[in-house]
Structure formats: structure tokens, C-alpha cells
Ligand binder design. Structure first.
Ligand SMILES: [Zn+2]
Length: 284
């Protein structure tokens, strides 16, 4: 099998052979809970397609989206860091296919694996954390319209350019925005020729225009994707960059460890990062 999942597809043949006996291919059904906040993580999922939403409970009835994960991520990867219970609810938003692995096998496999593999899990979790932090700021500071545009762009990236099977009601619930507000903004975006809402699907008609209406959080998150996941980098290299060091006394030991330009605060251009995100996919 050729993996589309970013983590699995970047394993060397030897590393992949260690994981393979424990991986089971499963279908992700919309609405399916992969784990719930406060409950033990029992399975780790590596999505090849589809979108999983990580959400935190604000009240008994409201779950607000903190991050979304597609083929670039791992659901339950935090278990590798020793965390037994989930911090958030992981629910399938758009159906797809994933490889699944029992959490105890995941941990034991990582213990047998090269440091590079454990670093890769760390990078995936850091990207997820970066998304959650950006979303917290986004929810506090940015308009409902900008947040809707950002979310649609992020989902569109993970749909490989296909239409997004999402109702306005589901979009409103995910973002914690009143349904009537989402309806008003969707109508406005449709009149501007940017969006088409049809039979439970959202079609991005003019993606460039939507990028201009999104808040800067979209570019920021893609900057983090570039930094952490494209291409795979060793955590030691990341740590050296964070410390402003070139590593090995200033002489990179390999091409993989070469320091890369650090994204600016504003992040690379949205078009460049979105393109990098799509290029990084491995077609199966
Ligand atoms: Zn924002």
C-alpha cells in the first residue's frame, strides 16, 4: 500500500515494516468519535483522506473546534508522549480512510524505532498544538466572516481541491457561531461569487478572493506546517533553529540538518504555503 498519510509515507521502508503488522485500514464515517476528552486513547489513527475535528467542550452542549487534522496528521499521537487520556474530542467531520493502530502497539513500536520516527510524532503534535493556539487567538480577535473563510480554506486544502461536504449548520456548530450569522455570511460570499452552497456541500468558487477575506491565521498555520512538516525535519534541527544556532558548532552535519529560513511572523505567502501543503501529499 502507498500511504497518503504524511507520517506513514515519510517512514523509510525499514521503519514502515515495523509499523505495518499492527496497522488496520478503516473507514472514517462522518460523526464518528475517535476519542473523547477525558477518556483513555485506545487507538491511534493515521488519516489517508477525510478530516477529523479536534474540539473542546465549552459547555454541556457546545464543542468548539480547536484544530482539524487530515492526511498531514495523526489522531491520538499525544499518547506517544505518555498522555493516557485525550485532551479533546476527535470527531470525523468529513469521511475518509485511515490506518489504525492500538495505542499500546504504537508506544512499543516507537520505543523500538529510530529517534527520527519519534521526532516525526513530536512534529505532528507540535503542528496540532500550533493550530490550537492560533485558533484560540483567532476566536478572540477575528470576525466571524474571516474565521469562516479561514476554516473553509483549511478544509479545502485537505480535500485536495474537492468540494467540502459540510452543511452551514455543521459549520456554525464547529466554530461556535450562530447559525443565522453563518447563513448571512454565506449568502454574502455567494453574492460575491466566492462560494456556492449546494445540497450539503460547500464549493469554493473563487479561492483567491476567499484568501483575501480570511484572517492572517490561515497563513500563520501554513507557516507552521512549512516549518514543522514539510519536509520532515529532525527535532534537534528545529531546536537548534529555535535557539538561533546552526548546529555542530555552526557546521550542519547533513543536508537534512541544514538550517532553513525561519518563517517570518506573518508567515510565507498564503499561495506558497498552500501550494507546499498540497505538494507534500503522496498520491496513492
Ligand atoms: Zn484568525
Amino acid at each position: 500500500m502507498t500511504y497518503r498519510n504524511h507520517f506513514l509515507s515519510n517512514l523509510s521502508p525499514g521503519e514502515a515494516a515495523v509499523f505495518k503488522p499492527y496497522l488496520v485500514e478503516v473507514t472514517l464515517r462522518p460523526g464518528q468519535h475517535l476519542h473523547r476528552s477525558g477518556e483513555p486513547i485506545e487507538q491511534v489513527y493515521f488519516p489517508h483522506s477525510g478530516i477529523v475535528r479536534l474540539a473542546v467542550a465549552i459547555s454541556a452542549r457546545a464543542l468548539i473546534q480547536a484544530a482539524i487534522i487530515g492526511c498531514e496528521g495523526v489522531i491520538g499521537g499525544v499518547a506517544a508522549l505518555g498522555q493516557e487520556e485525550a485532551f479533546s474530542d476527535a470527531t470525523v467531520q468529513v469521511g475518509g480512510i485511515a490506518s489504525r493502530m492500538a495505542v499500546d502497539k504504537f508506544r512499543s513500536t516507537l520505543r523500538q524505532s529510530d529517534e527520527h520516527v519519534r521526532d516525526a510524532v513530536m512534529q505532528v503534535e507540535l503542528f496540532c498544538m500550533a493550530q490550537a493556539q492560533q485558533t484560540a487567538a483567532c476566536n478572540a480577535l477575528h470576525s466571524a466572516e474571516a474565521r469562516i473563510c479561514r476554516t473553509l480554506l483549511e478544509m479545502h486544502d485537505r480535500m485536495d481541491g474537492k468540494h467540502i461536504p459540510l452543511t452551514q449548520a455543521a459549520l456554525a456548530a464547529s466554530l461556535g457561531i450562530q447559525r443565522t450569522t453563518v447563513t448571512l455570511i454565506s449568502s454574502k460570499l455567494q453574492k460575491l461569487g466566492m462560494l456556492l452552497c449546494q445540497r450539503g456541500h460547500l464549493h469554493l468558487v473563487d479561492r483567491s478572493a476567499m484568501e483575501r477575506r480570511s484572517c492572517e491565521c490561515y497563513g500563520q498555520v501554513h507557516g507552521r506546517f512549512e516549518q514543522l512538516l514539510s519536509p520532515p525535519k529532525r527535532m534537534a534541527s528545529l531546536a537548534r533553529e529555535s535557539a538561533g544556532l546552526a548546529g555542530n558548532g555552526g557546521a550542519p552535519s547533513s543536508s537534512q540538518d541544514k538550517p532553513r529560513p525561519h518563517p517570518s511572523i506573518a508567515g510565507p505567502s498564503i499561495a506558497a504555503t498552500a501550494s507546499a501543503f498540497n505538494r507534500s501529499r503522496v498520491t496513492g
